[in-house]
Design a protein around this ligand. Structure first.
Ligand SMILES: N[C@@H](CCC(=O)N[C@@H](CS)C(=O)NCC(=O)O)C(=O)O
Length: 249
């Protein structure tokens, strides 16, 4: 099987797809694209949409973390990503959808909000990236890319504040799925691989970490993505973080 994963450094759905490939034991090559430039590159590579993760596997092109999961399950059923029992599968798919549609984006918006304020953290998120240009150069010339990424992702004060407000409720949901055995069970499943990278990315933000640490959700991230790249020192306005106080369990 010949596989190449196109991603962006520290992209949480990109890491989700990489974890799924590794779970299946499928060897793959990885190409890291600079944000924004990724949109043009992906179209040039023949992918229909403009987001990573994008996977070329045996000549086929699959885009989106959930589509990639299903294609990998079809190509190599063992070890499974989805439980065989229909009720358990439905629960896992609900958690997976939540991870993709609800959890990913607010964390992405918060990250771009912080990078827009202070680009110096960009280098840490590019650690280990295979960009094809020296990381120092990529970071030094990254100003317009950061501005555009923040704009494309609608990372502004309003969305950053609603992301913070939504975080405790989302963490409660994840903790609930862990308590129910849908997440972080003996065998990791597609929802673990979808959700843990978003938690791992959130934990790289010092402002968010205290609200996550000590929760079952943090144990899931520690198990699945113990070495998530990147670090953002405190930068969000203190007052905005008020809803997170008392959120840690
Ligand atoms: N929910 C989609 C999200 C894909 C997505 O938005 N990926 C981001 C990176 S995390 C992207 O490609 N952004 C384009 C850019 O930054 O230029 C998935 O799981 O595949």
């Amino acid at each position: 099987m010949e596989a190449r994963l196109f991603t962006i450094p520290a992209s949480h759905p990109g890491i989700a797809a990489a974890l799924m490939l590794e779970h299946k034991g499928i060897a793959y090559k990885r190409t890291d694209l600079m944000p924004v430039i990724s949109k043009v590159a992906l179209r040039g590579l023949g992918f229909p949409r403009q987001t990573v993760p994008a996977l070329k596997i045996d000549g086929d092109k699959i885009q989106g973390s959930r589509s990639i999961a299903r294609e990998l399950e079809r190509l190599r059923p063992e070890p499974p990503l989805f439980p065989a029992d229909p009720a358990k599968r439905a629960a896992v798919e609900e958690a997976e959808r939540f991870g993709d549609e609800r959890l990913q984006h607010p964390i992405r918006q918060l990250l771009w909000w912080t990078i827009k304020r202070d680009k110096s953290s960009l280098r840490s998120y590019s650690e280990g990236a295979k960009l094809g240009v020296p990381i120092g150069l990529a970071v030094a010339t990254g100003g317009p890319i950061v501005a555009l990424s923040a704009r494309f992702n609608e990372a502004n004060d309003e969305t950053a504040r609603s992301a913070i407000n939504a975080l405790p409720g989302m963490l409660d949901k994840v903790d609930g799925w862990i308590a129910a055995g849908t997440l972080n069970g003996p065998e990791l499943n597609v929802a673990d691989f979808q959700i843990a990278p978003s938690l791992g990315l959130a934990l790289t933000l010092d402002d968010l970490r205290p609200a996550i640490e000590g929760r079952p959700a943090a144990a899931l991230a520690q198990r699945v993505v113990p070495n998530y790249p990147g670090h953002t020192p405190p930068i969000l306005p203190r007052a905005w973080l008020e809803p997170l106080r008392g959120s840690a369990s």
